[in-house]
Design a protein around this ligand. Sequence first.
Ligand SMILES: [Zn+2]
Length: 658
Amino acid sequence: MKLKKRNLLQPSIGRTLVVCCLFLGIVVLAGCGSLPMRQSAAEVRPGVDYHSFSNPGAVRVEHVDLDLKADFQQKILTGTATLTVKRQQPDAKKLVLDTRDLSIESVEDVTAGGTAGAKPLKWRWGHSDTVLGRALEISLPKKTADAQAEKIRIRYHTTPQATGLQWLEKAQTASQSMPFLFSQNEAIHGRSWIPLQDTPQVRQTYHATIMVPTGMRVVMSAKTVTEKPQQGFFEFDMPQPIPSYLIALAAGDLKTGTLGPRSRVFAEKPYLKAAVNEFSDMEAMIQAGEKLYGPYRWDEYNLLILPPSFPFGGMENPRVSFITPTVLAGDKSLVSLIAHELAHSWSGNLVTNASWRDLWLNEGFTTYFESRITEAVYGADLANMQAVLQWQALEKELQELPPEAQVLARDLRGRDPDEAFTDVPYAKGRFFLERLEQAYGRSVFDTFLRKWFNSHAFQSATTEDFVEFVRNNLLGTQPPHRTGISMGEVKRWIYRPGMPHTFIKPASRSLYKVQQWRDAFVNHNLPAEKLPAKPWTTQEWLYFLNNLPATIGQERMAQLDKVWNLTQTHNSEIAHSWLLLAIKNHYQPAYDRLQDYLRHIGRRKLIVPLYKAMLEDPELRNQALAIYQQAKPGYHHLTRTSVENLIKSTAETTNSQK
Ligand SMILES: [Zn+2]
């Protein structure tokens, strides 16, 4: 089905809300959603993007040509963005773009080509909002009858506070040889470094030339056309149309390694060898994806390993996923994150959520798909263990989230879309699709999903498009008494909080065994050295640690540590679970590691829960504040926002308790 043309409404956002939920599993912080907001009582209109000022229904951007220079001293990008636009309404008089903290120098009509043909255009700032940024309104020239596409060139520079860019000093990188720059556009940060129609409903192709200091390598979510590191010049081309949140840029002292016939890894030298080993199953994973849902349509699939300050696990930028180095476990035990980013090549990048309310179409599908790839490449045992861990995280989060945040199609009017990234669109979305799979059987459901991807490829889709597709292609094929599922249940999954009663909790035989060992240990029936944990996978360790009583006691912590050396584990996820226990039990031998961990890692999923536990503990609060002051310069702005909101909300809680 083709995407219906949707008129974008002017969003009614009154004030900034905090970004306080984490990407890919995920704790919601106290205070989230508690700020007052001005919001229309009117029903949310499906397909309307409330987070963009742009007017693609009148004039639509089809191609972006970037010519940018990265200035690492001033921490800014300078240059031009030339937009190829097409009027959707012949009498349209202005092009409205999204920006945030951009400094605009000039706007010209360059349709005629050549410097002589450039004609200055009038522009002005339109609406402005603390979450959405500022609208840039460009008056279009009078349209001549034959003009099809028009070209508008904007000369601009970014500012050091651009929320979509992180500039790292060389001391903050792994190789410490050169500074580093990376972008993170999702959800609406692209507008802080490119003036564009920053909505997932507009797809554009792009071309870019990027100048950097000599010796650096630039990576973009595009095909590399020219690379001249010694001249600091790189050229890219993205022939497939993508939404703005998938335009991505990184530059640093990057080396490359081969992962497979269509895959390379870019990484700083200290990570390169480990990354090549860790991700050597890349081709098997791509083939597993293709077998399930059809051909991989992006030609190449590469990975970029970022410095540890990257705030997320991964970001599915097409052709090159951006990945945290914290998944380099040495035993491939955390590669499901790669399966997740790869799966986005179908769900998200190929079929894209029409607005951030529809985020679960990107993330729920991808989490389901990730599990299928993991199962195909590494077996059902690992996939089941992950399902159990995912359910435990979701269950915990559902206890903390307000009901309106527990629905799949969440109304985000008046909120920062970064708030949508809780476990709900990921895990609840995945369990919903599994419910459909259980009802119709795997082969019917796989055919159904393939049809969804093929019929919506390179388009955006709304929740309601999917409901309609389910009605016509699943529910309509068999009567409800045969499958046990009705439209009523489908809607309960999507529009109601919590989990429907038909949800069956995932189970894992391996984790059931771990649970028994855990019980024996907790009940003093088994000493730490008798735990059969030598062959345990990361998931088994996580299950064991996450399910220990929060106050197991210092003595038992010391026993576990002595035998299993947990304070010094190189596995960042196991270390996270262990350090959380150390905080709750005031286990001081782990404090040096805790400090080191918080100073060197910026991934929110791993560090925010640790800060939260420390800040809520009167004995550790000041220590947390001191560590944060030292670590702050190396954190991404999203991580800083999360921790600062936490500092504020925990202070409020402490005060209200007095
Ligand atoms: Zn994802």
